[in-house]
Design a protein around this ligand. Structure first.
Ligand code: AP5
Length: 208
């Protein structure tokens, strides 16, 4: 089984959802730049203050801030690692390549219409970062996290307008990573439409 996995794919393609399942079933450690940045915003750190305006606009946080943050996290990570939301630019991918070898870049392919539906109806846990969907993956008790009991919320960047900006940013800045990892012989694309469990079966096969 591969030990370093980069999860690629547009916003809402299921990177966080599939990453969580890989952690529960196979003991991966997931490093999610989105979760780290939201935590920094919540705690009002210097990084959080700088990142918030980019996140709210659906733009990428500048490379130097992200690469600095991830260098420390990657250095501290032990065992099998999933990178969710990093790298997102060629510059970030080069920085990652200097620090560790990537075994597989798993690209979740989902069409735009489905992405907008998924994101605008997503609900997230502010405490344990679990994600739900009002229709496809609803919590057992409305508005409450199944895992830790915290009150669920809607992310500030999960509005339709911001989602469209995030998709544009993805196409301009992150899609080139598909060719980048393909050129290195590391890319595997998985069709990301279907039930969460159906996609997980495909993901498991891809990482063997
Ligand atoms: P980040 O948090 O990484 O957001 P994202 O990449 O836009 O991805 P999402 O979290 O929106 O979606 P996902 O693919 O994880 O899908 P999920 O599993 O939740 O980044 C946020 C912001 O931070 C960025 O815009 C940027 O500003 C900044 N940032 C982060 N990393 C950065 C970096 N490296 N460089 C610069 N800036 C950075 O699923 C979505 C929904 O669909 C959920 O409701 C889920 O329940 C549902 N769902 C999942 N799978 C299925 C399925 N198969 N069928 C039906 N519903 C499903």
């Amino acid at each position: 089984m591969k030990s370093t996995i980069v999860l690629l794919g547009p916003p809402g393609s299921g990177k966080g959802t599939q990453g969580e399942k890989l952690c529960s079933e196979f003991g991966y450690v997931k490093l999610s730049t989105g979760d780290m940045l939201r935590e920094a915003v919540k705690n009002g750190t210097e990084l959080g203050k700088k990142a918030k305006e980019y996140m709210d606009a659906g733009a990428l946080v500048p490379n130097d801030l992200i690469i600095g943050m991830m260098k420390e996290k990657i250095a501290a990570a032990d065992g099998k690692v999933i990178l969710d939301g990093f790298p997102r630019t060629i510059e970030q991918a080069d920085a990652l390549g200097e620090q560790m070898d990537v075994d597989i870049a798993l690209n979740l392919d989902v069409d735009d219409g489905e992405l907008v539906k998924r994101i605008t109806m997503r609900r997230s846990c502010p405490s344990c970062n679990a994600v739900y969907h009002l229709l496809y993956n609803a919590p057992k008790n409305e508005g409450v996290c199944d895992k830790c009991g915290a009150k669920l919320y809607q992310r500030d960047d999960d509005t339709e307008e911001t989602v469209l900006n995030r998709l544009k940013t993805y196409r301009e800045k992150t899609m080139p990573l598909i060719g980048y990892y393909e050129g290195k012989g590391k890319l595997v694309t998985v069709e990301g439409v279907g039930s969460i469990d159906e996609i997980f079966e495909k993901v498991k096969k891809a990482i063997q």
